[in-house]
Design a protein around this ligand. Structure first.
Ligand SMILES: Nc1nc2c(c(=O)[nH]1)N[C@H]1C(S)=C(S)[C@@H](COP(=O)(O)OP(=O)(O)OC[C@H]3O[C@@H](n4cnc5c(N)ncnc54)[C@H](O)[C@@H]3O)O[C@H]1N2
Ligand code: MOO
Length: 421
């Protein structure tokens, strides 16, 4: 069930997605690819390993000749080419070296007695199976195998995989540029005296960091007073920076000084105002000129909900990716005493209980509070219209990439097979 009046966050996201344009892909050195999103599929051009290779230091020979005595006349080392080995002989071989022609097996040196001489002789006392200690050509991938799809966020493992595939440079999605407009008469920059009625501006640093963490770049940041002309001017300045998204905080409720929503209504095109989301229902989507705007609440705790449910998926989507939507189930550890108007996202810790996973909501739940986000494991979703709930009520758990213990990653939208790089 959802709130009768307000669209669910996914619908807000869809409306903004329809109004937003993705940045053009770019080619970057592999060294600069960490945290970027792949823009084209990557297929192998060679087998991996590219040749049969030694997995141990020892002696390369034909297994069919074991047990036996093998004169050692050559050395095969990684990066070198070594001559074919005549039947009945062996080559000294080092880990990573291509197997010389005429051999099919590496006997590790611990299983060999080496008799000095010219040439020395490797004595193998027991029969060994062919293929022993050999990493087989194509064992990990074959040419043409698709190993990475467009939309994949490049973490360290993906960077390593691209390197093993020989890719440098790589084609990645452009970083969506975000213009940040933070409103409020009461705001002072951290590090300055805010005065007795002022507060430090948490949102500028918080949302700048989040934008970067989710693959975007911050085109400009504007802190503006609660004044209609100043807010309008700030939105114009933000738009002039040609961002892919304008992100604002504050001024989206019904107060006399909520000028962001007033200007978006009057001079922009509103896509939605309020979502079925608590905290964070005070949120708007709009288009200013031709630029999409996500207008979040000023309360950091409420604004973060809009970020995680709308802003982050929007930004990742503009890079061609999709954030994983992992869900689960748990039971409320304690009664939840209030009725729920809009769908409520309780910030919870999860712990094992006698009857399964328990959601513990004993965190600071106020919509203006930031600290719970550092302590939570997930959101527990209470449907709109729910009465107060007794302990033990089953609730849906919504895990958020980048929060709690949930890794920040994203991947291709399901079923994509994009063009090959
Ligand atoms: N009569 C009603 N009042 C309110 C409603 C309502 O429906 N009817 N909605 C409430 C809800 S829900 C929320 S959430 C807030 C949203 O308010 P705004 O988005 O207009 O935000 P502000 O009023 O500008 O600020 C709210 C709060 O957050 C502090 N703040 C603002 N900016 C920052 C910043 N950059 N860093 C740190 N803290 C910031 C600000 O000082 C306020 O305390 O409205 C309810 N009211
Ligand atoms: O946007 Mo408000 O958080 O629902 O308190």
């Amino acid at each position: 069930m959802s709130h009768p009046g307000y669209p669910p966050p996914e619908e807000g996201l869809r409306r903004l997605q329809a109004a937003a344009a993705a940045p053009a892909p770019e080619t970057v050195p592999l060294d600069a690819a960490l945290g970027r999103t792949l823009a084209a599929a990557v297929a192998a051009t060679r087998p991996q390993p590219p040749f049969n290779r030694a997995m141990m230091d020892g002696y390369a020979l034909l297994a069919a000749r074991t047990p036996g005595r093998f004169p050692v006349r050559s050395l095969a080392a990684a990066g070198g080419r070594s001559p074919a080995v005549p039947p009945g002989s062996a080559a000294r071989i080092l880990t990573g070296a291509p197997l010389p022609a005429g051999t099919d097996t590496v006997v590790e040196q611990e299983a060999v007695t080496l008799e000095a001489g010219n040439p020395p002789v490797a004595v193998v006392a027991r029969a060994v199976a062919p293929g022993r200690n050999v990493g087989r050509r194509g064992q990990e991938w074959e040419p043409g195998d698709l190993l990475l799809a467009p939309g994949q966020r490049l973490g360290p493992l993906e960077v390593g995989l691209l390197a093993a595939l020989g890719r440098d440079p790589v084609v990645v999605a452009g970083r969506p540029r975000v213009a940040l407009v933070v409103t409020g008469d009461e705001l002072a920059p951290p590090g300055r005296d805010p005065g007795p009625e002022g507060i430090w501006d948490a949102n500028t640093p918080l949302f700048s960091a989040l934008v970067r963490r989710y693959g975007g770049e911050v085109g400009c940041t504007i802190r503006v007073r609660d004044d209609p002309a100043a807010v309008e001017q700030a939105l114009e300045t933000a738009r002039a920076a040609r961002p892919h998204l304008i992100l604002t905080t504050g001024g989206v409720s019904v107060g006399d000084r909520d000028y962001v929503i007033a200007r978006l209504r009057a001079a922009g095109r509103l896509l939605f105002w309020r979502l079925d989301l608590h905290p964070g229902k005070a949120v708007a989507g709009a288009v200013w000129g031709d630029t999409p705007v996500l207008a979040l609440s000023g309360s950091p705790g409420a604004a973060l909900m809009g970020w995680f449910l709308v802003g982050a998926p929007l930004l990742v989507g503009l890079q061609g990716g999709r954030l994983p939507q992992r869900t689960g189930e748990a039971r409320l550890r304690a009664p939840f005493p209030k009725p729920t108007r809009e769908t409520r996202y309780l910030r919870v810790r999860l712990q094992a209980g006698p009857a399964g996973l328990e959601a513990d909501a004993a965190l600071p739940q106020g919509s203006d509070l930031l600290t719970a986000y550092r302590q939570l494991d997930a959101f527990a979703v209470i449907p709109a219209g729910s009465p107060p709930l007794p302990a033990g009520t089953p609730v849906r758990i919504h895990y958020v990439p980048g929060l709690g213990r949930e890794a920040l990653t994203w991947g291709p939208p399901a079923h994509t097979t994009g063009p090959e790089a």
